[in-house]
Design a protein around this ligand. Structure first.
Ligand code: HEC
Length: 260
């Protein structure tokens, strides 16, 4: 009985994992296909690095929280990243005065809509919706485009209504395109050939990439703050179930011994 329960739980868990993988795959494929086939860059995995996560939190609060909220996230939770409460209150608490409050913003959705055309979405679980690679590529793919109302465009999110808020760090870049004719279909296609740095940013390209990696690590952490605990706990749960199944198996054998 116990074994059966154990295995059916396992089976259910693996079906769920399978589904999650299938969803993740279809998400990935969907987002790549829609975006001129710009391959996504792999986001470095800084999710376990506290210094990265702290830096990411700082960037998020300074550069993103003016427009985007993170309504599922409380400032006090940043203590899990090793940032002391005093430091949160002194340096990171921009949108509220209570450390127990969530990262909400003062901008009203109606205003946001009229300013940007689209209200900036809440970013609490953005890393799970879009994936970290997408975020990492997106935040490094802005380029100057004077035909856009904000003056900016983005390689993986065409005609995005978000301005390049990190431009001071990255500097100004334009994108170079090449018009070619598709040999098979004979259609004219506009191919992206690369960026051109117009003015340098405060950070070198390498440092900019690493800052964005930290920001994305933070977005990933924020979308599931429990994940570090969950993974550690998971190992113990599996060990426990293993031991339990062993005893259940022996007990079962002992019960049936005299009946057969
Ligand atoms: C000036 C306001 C503003 C700031 C500051 C800002 N954004 Fe945005 N952001 C927007 C708007 C508006 C959109 C909606 C774009 C659209 O749909 O065309 C958006 C969209 C996004 C999206 C895509 C959401 C989706 O799923 O479609 C992501 C991711 C994002 N922002 C991340 C960030 C991050 C990270 C920062 C901080 C570095 C940031 N934003 C700062 C205005 C802002």
């Amino acid at each position: 009985m116990m074994m059966k329960l154990f295995f059916s739980t396992l089976a259910r868990a693996s079906v769920r994992t399978g589904l999650a993988v299938a969803c993740a795959l279809s998400f990935g494929v969907g987002s790549v296909a829609a975006q001129e086939n710009i391959p996504l860059d792999r986001a470095p995995d800084n999710g376990e690095n506290l210094a990265s996560l702290q830096h990411g939190a700082q960037l998020f609060v300074n550069y993103c929280l003016n427009c985007h909220s993170a309504n599922l996230m409380r400032y006090s939770r940043l203590q899990d990243l090793g940032i002391p409460q005093k430091q949160i209150e002194d340096n990171l608490l921009f949108t509220t005065d209570k450390v127990g409050n969530t990262m909400s913003i003062a901008m009203r959705p109606d205003d946001a809509k009229s300013w940007f055309g689209v209200p900036p979405p809440d970013l609490s679980v953005e890393a799970r919706a879009k994936g970290r690679d997408w975020l990492y590529t997106y935040l490094r793919s802005f380029y100057r485009d004077d035909t856009r109302p904000t003056g900016w465009n983005n390689m993986v999110f065409e005609n995005v209504s978000m301005p390049h808020v990190l431009w001071q760090l990255q500097g100004v870049r334009t994108a170079k395109f090449e018009d070619t004719v598709d040999e098979e279909t004979g259609e004219k296609v506009r191919r992206f050939v690369g960026y051109q740095q117009v003015t340098p940013g405060k950070l070198s390209p390498v440092d900019y990439d690493s800052a964005v990696a930290d920001l994305v690590a933070y977005l990933g952490w924020m979308s599931e703050p429990e994940q570090r605990t969950r993974k550690q706990l998971g190992v113990w749960v599996l060990l426990f179930l293993g031991v339990l199944s062993f005893f259940a198996w022996r007990l079962n054998a002992a019960y049936w011994k005299d009946i057969k």
